[in-house]
Design a protein around this ligand. Structure first.
Ligand code: ARG
Length: 226
């Protein structure tokens, strides 16, 4: 077992997938967003220096385990399945899955009603798991949400399942899309670590506590969710 030792001033590589506004996205070639601001606040508290690496979402946990990165912040849901392989920080955001359709689909009362429909999901996202468990769904997997939304606008698929806040980002600027607000399980976003890096996890958790207590977290919330 090898444990990485991280101390003040050390550079820590953090993996993300910058296709998930408002949590992480590209603005003039810079990675910005809620998660990045949170990371900066954690850096201020801990003295740790973070360097962000952008990669495919389904490559993030493998990169963590092969030590290409030391942490992952990506609007990632702490699921029991992922917890078998990695450790998560305290939760920092509550989310849920929603269904996006082109125009209102009144037949949608629950996720089960997606049965028989062509549904776009993003490879490896929790939406992929949720939709794949519904019997009779034709699952279409995309590498990025914008590609799924494009397919929806071209009537190639009937619906897209995506996390609520990124979904709002796509629908807010486009009247043709509707979010079906059907009951969904709550998900907790958290930062992922290698299980052995207990010291780093403790430092980040302590920083999260502090940021939540001193108003820094609320400032970041207000900036992205008005
Ligand atoms: N919350 C979902 C999950 O954990 C989607 C996260 C996607 N994040 C991203 N940065 N692309 O699977």
């Amino acid at each position: 077992i090898s444990v990485s030792v991280f101390a003040k001033g050390d550079v820590i590589y953090v993996g993300t997938n910058a296709e998930f506004a408002p949590f992480e996205y590209l603005e003039k070639n810079n990675i910005v967003g809620f998660d990045i601001d949170l990371l900066n606040a954690i850096s201020k508290e801990t003295g740790l220096e973070f360097k962000i690496q952008d990669m495919a979402f389904d490559g993030l946990l493998p990169a963590l385990q092969t030590k290409k990165v030391d942490m992952v912040i990506a609007g990632m849901t702490a699921t029991p399945e992922r917890e078998k392989a990695v450790a998560f920080s305290k939760p920092y955001f509550k989310a849920k899955q929603v269904v996006i359709t082109k125009g209102e689909d009144k037949s949608l009362k629950s996720f089960k009603d997606l049965s028989g429909k062509k549904v776009g999901v993003m490879l490896g996202f929790t939406g992929d798991t949720v939709v794949s468990e519904i019997k009779g769904v034709k699952v279409e997997r995309f590498n990025a949400a914008y590609a799924a939304i494009l397919a929806l606008s071209q009537n190639k698929i009937d619906a897209v399942v995506l996390d609520s806040e990124p979904a709002k980002n796509y629908t807010a600027n486009n009247k043709q899309f509707v979010i079906a607000n059907i009951p969904a399980e709550e998900e907790d976003y958290a930062i992922a670590f290698r299980k052995n890096d207990k010291e780093l996890i403790n430092k980040v958790n302590a920083a999260l506590d502090k940021i939540k207590a001193n108003g820094e977290y609320d400032k970041i919330l207000k900036k992205y969710f008005k």
